[in-house]
Design a protein around this ligand. Structure first.
Ligand code: NAD
Length: 431
């Protein structure tokens, strides 16, 4: 095995390599490169928690603030047994680019705790949340750094964290954190924001290609939050989804569910668990063909919408994509590998890249922060109207650059994002 193969995969090295390529295209100077390819600040700390059995366990917590030139940093907090500082750095970097591409006045951050909530009581999780805030209370806040939920953290965790910060500072600071429950500072429209945001960009892509949504078929990987709301809005536009896939916990494998006449969202929702797993036997009873998990990518459709995991469209699966496919819209983070990107580019498939297509979530979190800071909350229709405006204008900024200079959509999105952050650093006199 070569040295390279032996070295563990580093998400942060991947994020830096992506950045270096875009820095070359933008011809950034060495100071801009040095500043932007590394986080501005990193915090690692210990969180001692008295467990239910009376013993004390010490958990390790992180917060990485990659860049805040454009505004307070923004990014989720992940609870995961395999959390590492390397992953948190990479995710913080990607948050900077995502906020920038949709042009919201926020920087990028990410946080985490090494723990497994499956093995922790609610009280123990509450103590981890409160302990995390106590360690970093003076370096986060509505005007500095605004966390949110991520893998295995929920609105309840956000509320415990908010309560701790408000107790420390002796004042109400609802703009400190987003993803709060609706009625306790959360925003209407947040649950549908990522899926709907994706379809706003898809609608614009179809218009650019001169295709009517009503004449299209789509196949979707995943049936969780992002996928369900993407399907909801896409079918409202007249499109037909002929296949969805999901993970089956019992069988420890994924299945694809196909109906040539179009899947029914309501029907599938009624047989889906809270983790987005579709009941295979009930689907069969309802007349769905149950196929192997990767069958979603082989369907003869116009649009592929991966909404589950990273690394799904790769060097081997890309060969299975039907000649009919015109658009890939990435709901998931990192579903396409660089090799597959090259193949899609050569085939002339229109790519709506993850940092643009799934930015509806963070855009709506920004709206939540604004509402919380004002302590005045908007109606759902107002939130979605503002979301549509943001996503549509971000799509056109990226598409215009891609068209005028013949860039792949992913490169154009990264170039706009990195250029804006570099410019903000220059404007502030940092570099
Ligand atoms: P979720 O947990 O609600 O749903 C995930 C879905 O993927 C489930 O239906 C699950 O069964 C399915 N799945 C898992 N493994 C699979 C496999 N091997 N094959 C087929 N299906 C599989 O998650 P979500 O919130 O919908 O997020 C999905 C993706 O979108 C993730 O990559 C996430 O990082 C990204 N994302 C989510 C948001 C958001 O606001 N929720 C925002 C930006 C990006």
């Amino acid at each position: 095995m070569s040295d390279t193969q032996q070295r563990a995969f580093s998400a942060f090295e991947m994020a830096q390599a992506q950045f270096d390529r875009i820095a070359d295209l933008l011809e950034l100077d060495s100071a801009a490169r040095e500043l932007l390819r590394n986080p501005q600040r990193e915090y690692t700390f210990a969180i001692p928690v008295r467990m239910d059995d009376g013993t004390v366990q010490v958990f390790r917590g992180f917060r990485v603030q990659h860049n805040d030139a454009r505004g307070p940093s923004k990014g989720g907090i992940r609870f995961h047994p395999h959390e590492t500082l390397d992953t948190v750095r990479a995710l913080a970097t990607w948050m900077t680019w995502k906020c920038s591409v949709v042009d919201i006045p926020l920087g990028g951050a990410k946080g985490g705790v090494i723990c497994d909530p499956h093995n922790l009581s609610a009280r123990e999780q509450e103590q981890i949340c409160r302990g995390w805030v106590r360690q970093i209370a003076h370096d986060v806040g509505p005007l500095r750094d605004v966390p949110a939920p991520d893998v295995m953290t929920s609105p309840q965790h956000m509320l415990w964290m908010l309560d701790e910060l408000e107790t420390i500072h002796g004042m109400k600071l609802p703009g400190f954190i987003t993803g709060k429950p609706v009625g306790m500072g959360g925003s209407l429209g947040r649950k549908e924001a990522t899926g709907y945001g994706l379809v706003y960009t898809l609608r614009e892509a179809l218009a650019q290609l001169g295709i009517r949504a009503a004449d299209t078929l789509a196949s979707v990987q995943g049936f969780g939050n992002v996928a369900q709301y993407a399907i909801e809005l896409y079918t409202q536009l007249g499109g037909t989804v002929t296949c969805v896939s999901s993970w089956n916990q019992k069988d420890q494998t994924a299945y694809a569910f196909r109906k040539h006449t179009g899947v029914s969202l309501a029907e599938l929702r009624s047989i889906t668990d809270r983790f987005g797993g579709i009941d295979k036997d009930k689907a069969q009873d309802l007349g769905y063909d149950v196929l192997p998990g990767d069958a979603w990518i082989e369907r003869s459709v116009d649009i592929l919408i991966p909404c589950a995991l990273e690394n799904q469209i790769n060097a081997s699966t890309v060969q299975k994509i039907s000649p009919r496919v015109r658009i890939v819209a990435e709901g998931a983070n990192g579903p396409t590998t660089p090799e597959a990107d090259q193949a899609l580019k050569e085939r002339g498939i229109f790519m709506i890249p993850d940092l643009l297509a799934n930015a509806g979530g963070v855009t709506c979190s920004y709206f939540e922060q604004v509402q919380s800071n004002m302590n005045y909350y908007w109606e759902r229709a107002e939130v979605l109207e503002k979301l549509d405006l943001k996503m549509t204008s971000a799509f056109h900024a990226v598409h215009d650059l891609a068209r005028k200079q013949d860039f792949y959509m992913r490169d154009a999105a990264y170039m706009i994002a990195v250029d804006r952050v570099a410019q903000a650093c220059r404007d502030r006199g940092w570099i």
